[in-house]
Design a protein around this ligand. Structure first.
Ligand code: SAM
Length: 183
């Protein structure tokens, strides 16, 4: 079985957009307790590396390490564990909630922006990026660099994501690092 209810969100996103393809190298940021990592393995990725601040029980055919994605050594370390640049970077990262919605939204957007920055360091050309974001707030700040660096940017609210939560996912595909260098 899946380790988290969150697993169904990735299943629904992937059923819609067919992001995970056999043989892909995939990074899962904020992997605990391991649901998204399980889905990535199950859908045929050849290498999956998960990362979380919290310890995660082993997932077969995946590597999960404990650490902070903002650690400057992390991009190189994950590429090494993966055996090359990533085809897909997933981020379901969320901070501990404070109960103060504006603060929680800002923090989650900080994580998403950090994940985007991370993705741009580890993705192979043509790669994809999925991140948990929040409706409204500073989300627009992220869109401009994303639209420049990826050929397609979409938003998706999977049915498994609670209706009353303003959580949604941004999905970018077709990473084109050359576009970043020109600007
Ligand atoms: N997708 C997971 C699953 O299906 O099991 C659930 C992920 S959970 C919603 C969010 C995770 O993000 C938490 O476990 C949290 O520890 C992690 N996280 C938050 N900030 C992080 C950071 N700076 N580096 C690594 N992981 C982080």
């Amino acid at each position: 079985g899946w380790r988290s209810r969150a697993a169904f969100k990735l299943i629904e996103i992937d059923d819609r957009l067919k992001l995970i393809k056999p043989g892909m190298k995939i990074i899962d940021l904020g992997a605990a307790p391991g649901g998204w990592t399980q889905v990535a393995v199950k859908r045929g990725a050849s290498a999956v590396v998960g990362l979380d601040l919290l310890p995660v029980d082993p997932v077969s055919d995946a590597t999960i390490i404990e650490g902070d994605f903002t650690d400057p050594e992390m991009p190189a370390r994950l590429i090494e564990l993966l055996g090359g640049p990533a085809d897909l970077v997933l981020s379901d990262m969320a901070p501990n909630t404070t109960g103060h919605a504006p603060t929680d939204h800002l923090r989650i957007m900080g994580l998403a922006e950090g994940a985007l920055d991370f993705a741009m360091q580890v993705l192979a050309p043509g790669g994809g990026f999925v991140a948990k974001v929040f409706q409204g707030g500073s989300e627009r700040q992220m869109l401009e660099p994303m639209k420049l660096a990826f050929s397609s940017v979409r938003h998706l609210k999977p049915p498994a994501s609670r209706k009353e939560s303003s959580e949604l996912y941004v999905v970018a595909t077709g990473f084109r690092p050359d576009r970043l260098k020109q600007d």
